[in-house]
Design a protein around this ligand. Structure first.
Ligand code: ADP
Ligand code: MG
Ligand code: MG
Length: 254
């Protein structure tokens, strides 16, 4: 049910208020899209949810799976099952994706009071997930993200999602300049990994991404607030008319 509950969230950077009272509720099993013009605060919202420290929360509450999220350090938010895609993924020379994931999965297990994965079971699980998202083993044995193309980085990210099984994946695709292949990889990953007990928030200003992912709920974020929430038909309206009518509605106080 209510996996994520955001109430009147305000956040600032360098004393400048960016989020001005966000209310949002995401239930388990749902895919939500957050759209909005550049500078609206979309990436700020994902940064605040995952605990990036440059932003100061000045008001409001965030509950995740019954826990007060804002009280948890960023590492624990990840261990609680929040996954944030990176617009610019880090490169880690000398560390393969498989080793990176082994560490991440075992940290998650430790947090839950479970022993580390036995090596053979871990590899079996990795092979299953590889098949599921159709990723090449060569990619997994290379240093993480080093020299990866945009599409390869996205593939890798979707694979990480498949292995870590987050309760909530936040995919912020706004400024990443994804080409159509990379968009398709993200979309098919989100579709394949959709389950009744996990949720996804897809943040984008490209309507195109939503040609491939069908969201259950669509929100428009504008000037630090969610000013509209509707079903997937809202995507078509935005595609047709852009954001200007929403700006006008907000300006006229509707
Ligand atoms: P969006 O993702 O919707 O394009 P952002 O969350 O990136 O919007 O930015 C919202 C506002 O916050 C913009 O006015 C932007 O200039 C400002 N902002 C974002 N990050 C920083 C930062 N690190 N320092 C100062 N201002 C920032
Ligand atoms: Mg931006
Ligand atoms: Mg952004």
């Amino acid at each position: 049910m209510g996996l994520l509950k955001i109430k009147n969230l305000h956040a600032a950077i360098d004393g400048k208020e960016i989020l001005k009272g966000i209310d949002l509720e995401v239930n388990a099993g749902e895919v939500h899209a957050i759209m909005g013009p550049n500078g609206a605060g979309k990436s700020t919202l994902s940064a605040v949810l995952t605990g990036r420290e440059c932003f100061e929360v000045t008001e409001g509450e965030v509950w995740f799976n019954g826990k007060n999220l804002l009280e948890l350090p960023a590492e624990d938010r990840a261990r609680e099952g929040i996954f944030l895609s990176f617009q610019y993924p880090v490169e880690i020379p000398g560390v393969s994706t498989v080793n990176f994931l082994k560490t991440a999965v075992n940290e998650q297990r430790k947090y839950k009071g479970l022993p580390p994965y036995p090596a053979s079971e871990f590899l079996k699980m990795i092979r299953e997930k590889m098949e599921m998202v159709n990723i090449d083993s060569r990619l997994l044995n290379r240093s993480l993200n080093e020299g990866f193309s945009g599409g390869e980085k996205k593939k890798n990210e979707i694979f990480q999602m498949a292995v870590l099984e987050p309760k909530l994946a936040i995919l912020d695709e706004t400024d990443s300049g994804l080409d159509i292949d990379a968009l398709r990889i993200v979309a098919s990953g989100v579709n394949k990994l959709k389950r009744p007990d996990n949720s996804t928030i897809v943040i984008t200003h490209y309507q195109r991404l939503l040609d491939y992912i069908v969201p259950d709920v669509v929100h428009v974020l504008y000037d630090g607030r969610i000013v509209k929430t509707a079903g997937k038909e809202l995507v078509l309206e935005l595609e047709k008319y852009g954001y200007d009518w929403i700006k006008q509605e907000v300006a006229s106080g509707k």
